[in-house]
Design a protein around this ligand. Structure first.
Ligand SMILES: Nc1ncnc2c1ncn2[C@@H]1O[C@H](COP(=O)(O)OP(=O)(O)O)[C@@H](O)[C@H]1O
Ligand SMILES: CC(=O)OP(=O)(O)O
Ligand SMILES: [Mg+2]
Length: 392
């Protein structure tokens, strides 16, 4: 059996996460046939920060290449058949994983104003990887793609239509690769075919999606990854009147408002810590700022669960995922407490254990902790594209 290796790159503003996978190998004992085997993975952090040895994404990718070489899987390997890249904003142009060409790169660049924290790093990663292996197919997998099925009623902001059209103002949604993977896993837990699922992706960025029979019908992030839930450093929903007020009364410049809402808000803005572990520690010590931050965070989740319950009409599975969702029993407990009348009840012991099903026996809605795996999903989609193009 020939081995097909795929390298996945997730280039963030200050880090590059990488994973090398062997796709469709002879299954390891107990694993599913045709599943991927992880050969190497890691993160290069603090890119471009003061005192960091990694000045830019070029250096970061060279560090990744060196590390792969060291563990016996150099970038020049013949078994490496493609590189898959996470790209955060695909706009309306990219609704499917896409083979990267010069034209595709140009289009991703055009979307930078819609995702200024994310798309520039994605473009950098793609360009450096193409220089290192110009002969290799590279595939972009877009965070927005899974949400392209959202109906117009949910995707449209109620503002002047001509202005909205001119500036590409509509709701796109993000973390789609994670929502796709986790909703598919969650659907397996349901007692009926084509179930309705609510996915809570709670990481640094955080978003909710409502998925009906495998299709996304609503999600909490909007034109940019700022709308919706409270995040580590991002505010999530605020009255847009707040922006006008800050510009007019506080005389804040655009960059200041941007910095306030994207980098100095969320948990960090409320209590000075953006790491949920630190927030939880302080809550246990009775710190009132941390308590407020946690309660705003959990209240917002609860509100969205109720809203998406109404959007779907009925819910079969609620899935928690990503750093906070997978690890914080306290957040899960506080977000869903008192919802027995909606058929949602956690089992305290199972919630504390935090693996798989965590709902009580009699809970009509199943609640589960499902670890996300964006890298595996990107690798699968990358393999599909190269196979379709006869390159794999
Ligand atoms: N044991 C834990 N308890 C509570 N929160 C945790 C725990 N482990 C990680 N987290 C939270 O997960 C967050 C990161 O989530 P993650 O999905 O890794 O983010 P991203 O991929 O967006 O960088 C951290 O900021 C931290 O607050
Ligand atoms: C789109 C987004 O918010 O991504 P992240 O959670 O990686 O910041
Ligand atoms: Mg993440």
């Amino acid at each position: 059996m020939t081995r097909k290796h795929i390298l996945v790159l997730n280039s963030g503003s200050s880090s590059v996460k990488y994973r090398l996978l062997s796709m469709g190998e002879e299954p390891a004992k107990g694993a599913e046939a045709g599943e991927a085997v992880r050969l190497a993975s890691g993160t290069v952090e603090r890119i471009g920060e003061a005192g960091s040895p990694v000045a830019d994404h070029g250096q970061a990718l060279r560090a990744v290449a060196d590390e792969l070489e060291r563990v016996g899987f150099g970038l020049d390997s013949e078994e490496l058949i493609a590189i898959g890249h996470r790209v955060v904003h695909g706009g309306t142009a990219f609704t499917e994983p896409t083979l990267i060409t010069d034209r595709v790169v140009e289009k991703i660049k055009k979307l930078v104003p819609l995702a200024p924290l994310h798309n520039p790093a994605n473009v950098e990663g793609i360009q450096v990887a193409r220089r290192l292996r110009p002969d290799l197919p590279q595939v972009g997998v877009f965070d927005t793609a899974f949400h392209c099925t959202i109906p117009e009623a949910a995707a449209t902001y109620a503002i002047d239509r001509a202005t909205a059209e001119r500036y590409g103002i509509r709701r796109y949604g993000f973390h789609g690769t994670s929502h796709a993977y986790v909703s598919r896993e969650a659907a397996r837990l349901a007692d009926r075919p084509d179930p309705n699922v609510i996915v809570l992706h709670l990481g640094n960025g955080a978003s909710v999606s409502a998925v009906a029979a495998g299709r996304c019908v609503e999600t909490s992030m909007g034109m940019t990854p700022l709308e919706g839930l409270v995040m580590g450093t991002r505010s999530g929903d605020v009255d847009p009147g707040v922006l006008v007020h800050l510009r007019r009364e506080a005389r804040m410049r655009t960059e200041e408002v941007d910095g306030l809402l994207n980098r100095r808000s969320g948990l960090l803005g409320l209590c000075g810590d953006n790491d949920m572990r630190a927030v939880e520690r302080r809550v246990a010590e009775g710190d009132p700022d941390a308590e407020l931050a946690l309660s705003v965070y959990c209240h917002r989740i609860r509100k969205y669960v109720g809203a998406y319950y109404a959007v779907l009409g009925t819910v079969d599975v609620i899935a928690f995922t990503a750093g906070v969702g997978e690890n914080s029993a306290l957040v899960r407990e506080r977000a869903l407490a008192g919802l027995e009348a909606l058929g949602i009840a956690l089992d305290p012991g199972l919630n504390a254990a935090g693996k798989g099903l965590i709902s009580a026996d009699g809970s009509r809605v199943k609640v589960a902790v499902i670890p996300t795996d964006e890298e595996l999903e990107i690798a699968r989609q990358t393999l599909e594209v190269v196979s379709r193009n006869g390159r794999g």
